[in-house]
Ligand binder design. Sequence first.
Ligand code: PHE
Length: 356
Amino acid sequence: MDDLKQKYLDAIAGAADEAALETLRVQAVGKKGEISLKMRELGKMTPEERQVMGPALNALKDQINDALALKKAALGDAALNERLKTEWLDITLPSRPRRQGSIHPVSQVTEEVTAIFADMGFAVAEGPQVEDDWHNFDALNIPPEHPARQEHDTFYMHRAAGDNRPPHVLRTHTSPVQIRAMQDQGAPIRVIAPGRVYRCDYDQTHTPMFHQIEGLAIDRDISMANLKWVLEEFFTAFFGTSVKTRFRASHFPFTEPSAEVDIQCSWQDGTVKVGEGNDWLEVLGSGMVHPNVLRSAGVDPDEWQGFAFGIGIDRLAMLKYGIPDLRAFFDSDLRWLRHYGFAALDMPTLHGGLSR
Ligand code: PHE
Protein backbone atom coordinates (compact mmCIF):
# COMPACT_ATOMS: atom_id res chain seq x y z
CA MET A 1 0.00 0.00 0.00
CA ASP A 2 2.91 2.32 0.70
CA ASP A 3 4.27 1.63 -2.78
CA LEU A 4 0.91 2.41 -4.29
CA LYS A 5 0.71 5.65 -2.34
CA GLN A 6 4.21 6.74 -3.32
CA LYS A 7 3.61 5.85 -6.95
CA TYR A 8 0.56 8.10 -7.20
CA LEU A 9 1.91 10.96 -5.08
CA ASP A 10 5.02 11.09 -7.30
CA ALA A 11 2.94 10.94 -10.46
CA ILE A 12 0.61 13.69 -9.21
CA ALA A 13 3.55 15.90 -8.23
CA GLY A 14 4.98 15.46 -11.72
CA ALA A 15 1.73 16.03 -13.70
CA ALA A 16 2.36 18.65 -16.35
CA ASP A 17 -1.18 19.92 -16.80
CA GLU A 18 -4.80 19.43 -15.80
CA ALA A 19 -5.39 16.78 -18.48
CA ALA A 20 -2.54 14.60 -17.15
CA LEU A 21 -3.89 15.06 -13.65
CA GLU A 22 -7.35 13.90 -14.74
CA THR A 23 -5.85 10.76 -16.28
CA LEU A 24 -4.12 10.01 -12.96
CA ARG A 25 -7.34 10.54 -11.05
CA VAL A 26 -9.17 8.03 -13.23
CA GLN A 27 -6.30 5.54 -12.89
CA ALA A 28 -6.22 5.81 -9.09
CA VAL A 29 -9.68 6.60 -7.75
CA GLY A 30 -11.93 6.45 -10.82
CA LYS A 31 -14.65 3.78 -10.95
CA LYS A 32 -12.21 1.20 -12.24
CA GLY A 33 -9.14 2.81 -10.70
CA GLU A 34 -6.48 0.85 -8.91
CA ILE A 35 -7.53 1.93 -5.44
CA SER A 36 -11.24 1.56 -6.15
CA LEU A 37 -10.67 -2.02 -7.33
CA LYS A 38 -8.76 -2.77 -4.15
CA MET A 39 -11.68 -1.45 -2.12
CA ARG A 40 -13.99 -3.83 -3.91
CA GLU A 41 -11.83 -6.71 -2.76
CA LEU A 42 -12.66 -5.84 0.85
CA GLY A 43 -15.79 -7.97 0.48
CA LYS A 44 -13.77 -11.12 -0.03
CA MET A 45 -11.65 -10.57 3.06
CA THR A 46 -12.11 -11.98 6.52
CA PRO A 47 -13.58 -9.56 9.05
CA GLU A 48 -10.18 -9.22 10.74
CA GLU A 49 -8.40 -8.37 7.51
CA ARG A 50 -11.15 -5.96 6.56
CA GLN A 51 -10.78 -4.09 9.88
CA VAL A 52 -7.21 -3.29 9.02
CA MET A 53 -7.48 -2.84 5.28
CA GLY A 54 -10.73 -0.82 5.22
CA PRO A 55 -9.51 2.25 7.11
CA ALA A 56 -6.09 2.01 5.41
CA LEU A 57 -7.60 2.06 1.94
CA ASN A 58 -9.96 4.90 2.86
CA ALA A 59 -7.08 6.93 4.23
CA LEU A 60 -5.10 6.23 1.07
CA LYS A 61 -8.02 7.36 -1.09
CA ASP A 62 -8.36 10.56 0.92
CA GLN A 63 -4.66 11.30 0.63
CA ILE A 64 -4.72 10.79 -3.10
CA ASN A 65 -7.81 13.01 -3.47
CA ASP A 66 -6.18 15.72 -1.37
CA ALA A 67 -3.01 15.56 -3.43
CA LEU A 68 -5.07 15.76 -6.64
CA ALA A 69 -6.97 18.81 -5.38
CA LEU A 70 -3.81 20.61 -4.28
CA LYS A 71 -2.06 19.93 -7.56
CA LYS A 72 -5.12 21.02 -9.51
CA ALA A 73 -5.17 24.36 -7.69
CA ALA A 74 -1.43 24.80 -8.23
CA LEU A 75 -1.76 24.08 -11.96
CA GLY A 76 -4.67 26.53 -12.17
CA ASP A 77 -2.64 29.27 -10.51
CA ALA A 78 0.30 28.60 -12.80
CA ALA A 79 -1.93 28.76 -15.88
CA LEU A 80 -3.46 32.03 -14.67
CA ASN A 81 -0.05 33.55 -14.01
CA GLU A 82 1.03 32.52 -17.48
CA ARG A 83 -2.04 34.22 -18.98
CA LEU A 84 -1.58 37.35 -16.91
CA LYS A 85 1.92 37.68 -18.30
CA THR A 86 0.64 37.82 -21.87
CA GLU A 87 -2.53 39.80 -21.17
CA TRP A 88 -0.74 42.46 -19.17
CA LEU A 89 -2.16 45.93 -19.50
CA ASP A 90 -0.71 49.25 -18.35
CA ILE A 91 -3.73 51.15 -17.15
CA THR A 92 -1.59 54.21 -16.45
CA LEU A 93 -1.01 54.78 -20.19
CA PRO A 94 -2.88 57.80 -21.58
CA SER A 95 -5.95 56.85 -23.63
CA ARG A 96 -6.12 57.18 -27.41
CA PRO A 97 -6.82 60.74 -28.47
CA ARG A 98 -10.44 61.33 -29.46
CA ARG A 99 -11.48 64.17 -31.69
CA GLN A 100 -13.61 66.69 -29.89
CA GLY A 101 -16.60 68.27 -31.51
CA SER A 102 -16.71 72.02 -31.89
CA ILE A 103 -19.32 74.71 -31.51
CA HIS A 104 -20.64 76.10 -34.79
CA PRO A 105 -20.00 79.85 -35.26
CA VAL A 106 -23.76 80.44 -35.49
CA SER A 107 -24.30 78.85 -32.07
CA GLN A 108 -21.36 80.77 -30.68
CA VAL A 109 -22.57 84.12 -31.99
CA THR A 110 -26.15 83.42 -30.87
CA GLU A 111 -24.80 82.89 -27.35
CA GLU A 112 -22.68 86.01 -27.56
CA VAL A 113 -25.55 88.20 -28.75
CA THR A 114 -27.90 86.71 -26.17
CA ALA A 115 -25.37 87.38 -23.39
CA ILE A 116 -25.03 91.04 -24.40
CA PHE A 117 -28.77 91.68 -24.58
CA ALA A 118 -29.43 89.69 -21.42
CA ASP A 119 -27.05 92.10 -19.71
CA MET A 120 -29.23 94.96 -20.95
CA GLY A 121 -32.33 93.34 -19.45
CA PHE A 122 -33.75 91.48 -22.46
CA ALA A 123 -35.35 88.07 -21.81
CA VAL A 124 -35.39 85.32 -24.46
CA ALA A 125 -38.66 84.52 -26.28
CA GLU A 126 -39.41 81.81 -28.83
CA GLY A 127 -41.84 81.01 -31.61
CA PRO A 128 -42.44 78.22 -34.16
CA GLN A 129 -40.48 77.93 -37.41
CA VAL A 130 -43.59 76.74 -39.23
CA GLU A 131 -45.65 79.85 -38.70
CA ASP A 132 -49.20 80.78 -39.65
CA ASP A 133 -49.81 83.43 -42.26
CA TRP A 134 -51.36 85.80 -39.72
CA HIS A 135 -48.38 85.90 -37.35
CA ASN A 136 -45.79 86.07 -40.14
CA PHE A 137 -47.61 88.74 -42.20
CA ASP A 138 -51.04 90.16 -41.27
CA ALA A 139 -50.28 90.88 -37.62
CA LEU A 140 -47.12 92.63 -38.76
CA ASN A 141 -49.13 95.05 -40.90
CA ILE A 142 -48.47 93.13 -44.13
CA PRO A 143 -51.93 92.52 -45.62
CA PRO A 144 -52.42 89.84 -48.32
CA GLU A 145 -51.88 92.09 -51.34
CA HIS A 146 -48.96 94.01 -49.83
CA PRO A 147 -45.84 94.03 -52.07
CA ALA A 148 -43.64 93.10 -49.08
CA ARG A 149 -45.10 89.60 -49.28
CA GLN A 150 -43.47 89.12 -52.69
CA GLU A 151 -40.15 90.50 -51.44
CA HIS A 152 -39.95 87.81 -48.82
CA ASP A 153 -39.48 84.82 -51.20
CA THR A 154 -41.66 82.79 -48.90
CA PHE A 155 -41.67 78.98 -48.64
CA TYR A 156 -45.29 77.87 -48.35
CA MET A 157 -46.38 74.68 -46.61
CA HIS A 158 -48.44 72.08 -48.44
CA ARG A 159 -52.20 72.30 -48.13
CA ALA A 160 -54.64 69.42 -48.43
CA ALA A 161 -56.74 69.53 -51.61
CA GLY A 162 -59.78 71.72 -51.04
CA ASP A 163 -58.28 73.51 -48.02
CA ASN A 164 -58.63 77.18 -48.85
CA ARG A 165 -57.19 78.66 -45.70
CA PRO A 166 -53.99 80.63 -46.24
CA PRO A 167 -51.12 78.14 -46.15
CA HIS A 168 -48.69 78.09 -43.24
CA VAL A 169 -45.23 79.35 -44.10
CA LEU A 170 -41.66 78.74 -43.00
CA ARG A 171 -41.28 81.99 -41.10
CA THR A 172 -39.46 84.53 -43.24
CA HIS A 173 -38.20 86.49 -40.22
CA THR A 174 -38.27 86.33 -36.43
CA SER A 175 -40.69 89.28 -36.28
CA PRO A 176 -43.75 87.02 -35.68
CA VAL A 177 -42.20 86.32 -32.26
CA GLN A 178 -42.82 90.02 -31.46
CA ILE A 179 -46.53 89.32 -31.82
CA ARG A 180 -46.44 86.07 -29.85
CA ALA A 181 -44.41 87.62 -27.02
CA MET A 182 -46.76 90.62 -26.70
CA GLN A 183 -49.81 88.35 -26.82
CA ASP A 184 -48.29 86.27 -24.01
CA GLN A 185 -46.80 88.99 -21.83
CA GLY A 186 -48.44 92.29 -22.78
CA ALA A 187 -46.57 95.54 -22.10
CA PRO A 188 -44.12 96.66 -20.86
CA ILE A 189 -41.86 94.05 -22.45
CA ARG A 190 -38.20 93.63 -23.33
CA VAL A 191 -37.33 90.45 -25.24
CA ILE A 192 -35.03 89.03 -27.84
CA ALA A 193 -35.90 86.03 -30.00
CA PRO A 194 -33.10 84.09 -31.70
CA GLY A 195 -33.95 81.47 -34.32
CA ARG A 196 -33.99 80.06 -37.82
CA VAL A 197 -35.74 81.82 -40.67
CA TYR A 198 -36.27 80.84 -44.30
CA ARG A 199 -36.28 82.57 -47.67
CA CYS A 200 -35.86 81.21 -51.16
CA ASP A 201 -32.55 82.93 -51.91
CA TYR A 202 -29.02 81.64 -52.53
CA ASP A 203 -25.69 83.38 -53.14
CA GLN A 204 -22.48 84.25 -51.28
CA THR A 205 -24.35 86.19 -48.61
CA HIS A 206 -27.77 84.47 -48.74
CA THR A 207 -28.87 80.94 -47.89
CA PRO A 208 -32.45 79.62 -47.91
CA MET A 209 -32.20 79.05 -44.15
CA PHE A 210 -30.46 81.57 -41.96
CA HIS A 211 -30.62 82.99 -38.45
CA GLN A 212 -31.96 86.17 -36.92
CA ILE A 213 -32.30 87.65 -33.48
CA GLU A 214 -35.38 89.76 -33.03
CA GLY A 215 -35.38 92.46 -30.39
CA LEU A 216 -38.42 94.19 -28.92
CA ALA A 217 -38.68 96.85 -26.22
CA ILE A 218 -42.08 98.36 -25.40
CA ASP A 219 -42.80 100.79 -22.62
CA ARG A 220 -44.48 104.17 -22.17
CA ASP A 221 -41.75 106.44 -23.48
CA ILE A 222 -39.27 104.40 -25.52
CA SER A 223 -37.91 106.34 -28.49
CA MET A 224 -35.70 106.03 -31.55
CA ALA A 225 -32.87 107.45 -29.41
CA ASN A 226 -33.10 104.42 -27.11
CA LEU A 227 -32.96 102.16 -30.15
CA LYS A 228 -29.79 103.81 -31.42
CA TRP A 229 -28.14 103.66 -28.00
CA VAL A 230 -28.99 99.98 -27.51
CA LEU A 231 -27.68 99.04 -30.96
CA GLU A 232 -24.44 100.98 -30.62
CA GLU A 233 -23.93 99.53 -27.15
CA PHE A 234 -24.50 96.12 -28.66
CA PHE A 235 -22.04 96.55 -31.55
CA THR A 236 -19.32 97.86 -29.24
CA ALA A 237 -19.74 94.90 -26.88
CA PHE A 238 -20.00 92.39 -29.72
CA PHE A 239 -16.96 93.51 -31.71
CA GLY A 240 -14.99 94.50 -28.62
CA THR A 241 -14.34 97.94 -30.08
CA SER A 242 -16.50 100.65 -31.57
CA VAL A 243 -17.12 99.97 -35.26
CA LYS A 244 -18.44 102.31 -37.91
CA THR A 245 -22.15 101.80 -38.46
CA ARG A 246 -24.44 103.37 -40.99
CA PHE A 247 -28.08 103.98 -40.09
CA ARG A 248 -30.06 104.25 -43.32
CA ALA A 249 -33.64 105.41 -43.50
CA SER A 250 -35.66 102.45 -44.74
CA HIS A 251 -39.11 100.99 -44.83
CA PHE A 252 -40.70 98.01 -43.12
CA PRO A 253 -44.47 97.66 -42.87
CA PHE A 254 -44.18 96.82 -39.16
CA THR A 255 -42.06 99.81 -38.09
CA GLU A 256 -42.43 103.55 -38.55
CA PRO A 257 -39.96 105.16 -38.86
CA SER A 258 -37.57 102.40 -39.96
CA ALA A 259 -33.82 102.16 -40.25
CA GLU A 260 -31.44 99.61 -41.67
CA VAL A 261 -27.97 99.34 -40.17
CA ASP A 262 -24.81 98.51 -42.10
CA ILE A 263 -21.34 97.81 -40.76
CA GLN A 264 -18.15 99.03 -42.40
CA CYS A 265 -16.06 96.22 -43.82
CA SER A 266 -13.64 95.19 -46.54
CA TRP A 267 -13.52 92.06 -48.69
CA GLN A 268 -9.93 91.19 -49.53
CA ASP A 269 -8.20 87.96 -50.56
CA GLY A 270 -11.22 85.93 -49.57
CA THR A 271 -11.51 87.44 -46.11
CA VAL A 272 -13.96 89.94 -44.80
CA LYS A 273 -12.69 92.46 -42.26
CA VAL A 274 -14.85 94.63 -40.11
CA GLY A 275 -14.07 98.28 -39.36
CA GLU A 276 -12.08 99.04 -42.52
CA GLY A 277 -12.51 99.42 -46.27
CA ASN A 278 -15.20 100.92 -48.46
CA ASP A 279 -17.83 98.21 -48.25
CA TRP A 280 -20.84 98.03 -46.01
CA LEU A 281 -22.63 94.88 -44.96
CA GLU A 282 -26.23 95.20 -43.92
CA VAL A 283 -26.71 93.42 -40.61
CA LEU A 284 -30.05 94.54 -39.29
CA GLY A 285 -33.42 96.16 -39.80
CA SER A 286 -35.09 98.21 -37.09
CA GLY A 287 -37.57 100.92 -36.24
CA MET A 288 -40.38 102.06 -33.98
CA VAL A 289 -43.08 99.40 -33.75
CA HIS A 290 -46.07 100.37 -35.92
CA PRO A 291 -49.30 101.08 -33.98
CA ASN A 292 -51.12 98.48 -36.09
CA VAL A 293 -48.65 95.85 -34.90
CA LEU A 294 -49.18 96.75 -31.24
CA ARG A 295 -52.92 96.69 -31.78
CA SER A 296 -52.96 93.27 -33.44
CA ALA A 297 -50.94 91.88 -30.52
CA GLY A 298 -53.43 93.31 -28.00
CA VAL A 299 -51.28 96.23 -26.83
CA ASP A 300 -52.87 99.71 -26.78
CA PRO A 301 -50.80 102.02 -29.03
CA ASP A 302 -52.15 105.12 -27.23
CA GLU A 303 -50.49 103.91 -24.06
CA TRP A 304 -47.41 102.00 -25.26
CA GLN A 305 -44.64 102.48 -27.77
CA GLY A 306 -41.19 101.07 -28.46
CA PHE A 307 -38.65 99.76 -30.90
CA ALA A 308 -37.93 96.48 -32.64
CA PHE A 309 -34.98 95.17 -34.59
CA GLY A 310 -33.98 92.04 -36.45
CA ILE A 311 -30.28 91.12 -36.66
CA GLY A 312 -28.79 88.61 -39.10
CA ILE A 313 -26.75 86.30 -36.88
CA ASP A 314 -24.89 84.63 -39.73
CA ARG A 315 -23.81 88.02 -41.09
CA LEU A 316 -22.47 88.98 -37.70
CA ALA A 317 -20.52 85.72 -37.51
CA MET A 318 -19.01 86.35 -40.97
CA LEU A 319 -17.91 89.83 -39.93
CA LYS A 320 -16.58 89.02 -36.49
CA TYR A 321 -14.72 85.85 -37.42
CA GLY A 322 -13.71 86.78 -40.99
CA ILE A 323 -15.69 84.02 -42.71
CA PRO A 324 -16.17 84.96 -46.37
CA ASP A 325 -18.80 82.57 -47.71
CA LEU A 326 -22.11 82.16 -45.94
CA ARG A 327 -22.96 79.00 -47.88
CA ALA A 328 -20.11 77.08 -46.18
CA PHE A 329 -21.89 77.62 -42.84
CA PHE A 330 -24.41 74.96 -43.73
CA ASP A 331 -22.34 72.48 -45.77
CA SER A 332 -21.55 70.38 -42.65
CA ASP A 333 -17.95 70.07 -43.83
CA LEU A 334 -16.02 68.94 -40.75
CA ARG A 335 -12.80 70.56 -42.00
CA TRP A 336 -14.61 73.90 -42.09
CA LEU A 337 -16.07 73.30 -38.64
CA ARG A 338 -12.70 72.42 -37.15
CA HIS A 339 -11.25 75.58 -38.60
CA TYR A 340 -14.00 78.02 -37.68
CA GLY A 341 -15.61 76.18 -34.75
CA PHE A 342 -15.15 76.90 -31.07
CA ALA A 343 -14.03 74.63 -28.24
CA ALA A 344 -16.99 73.31 -26.29
CA LEU A 345 -15.88 74.95 -23.07
CA ASP A 346 -15.40 78.40 -24.64
CA MET A 347 -18.89 79.52 -23.81
CA PRO A 348 -19.15 83.28 -24.05
CA THR A 349 -19.86 85.35 -20.98
CA LEU A 350 -19.56 89.06 -20.47
CA HIS A 351 -17.06 88.69 -17.64
CA GLY A 352 -15.04 85.98 -19.39
CA GLY A 353 -14.68 87.91 -22.65
CA LEU A 354 -16.95 87.29 -25.60
CA SER A 355 -14.42 85.90 -28.06
CA ARG A 356 -11.40 83.67 -28.01
N1 PHE B 1 -38.02 91.44 -40.02
C1 PHE B 1 -37.10 92.30 -40.73
C2 PHE B 1 -36.35 91.48 -41.76
O1 PHE B 1 -36.29 90.28 -41.64
C3 PHE B 1 -36.13 92.96 -39.82
C4 PHE B 1 -36.78 93.89 -38.86
C5 PHE B 1 -37.13 93.47 -37.60
C6 PHE B 1 -37.03 95.20 -39.20
C7 PHE B 1 -37.73 94.33 -36.71
C8 PHE B 1 -37.61 96.07 -38.33
C9 PHE B 1 -37.96 95.64 -37.07
O2 PHE B 1 -35.76 91.99 -42.67
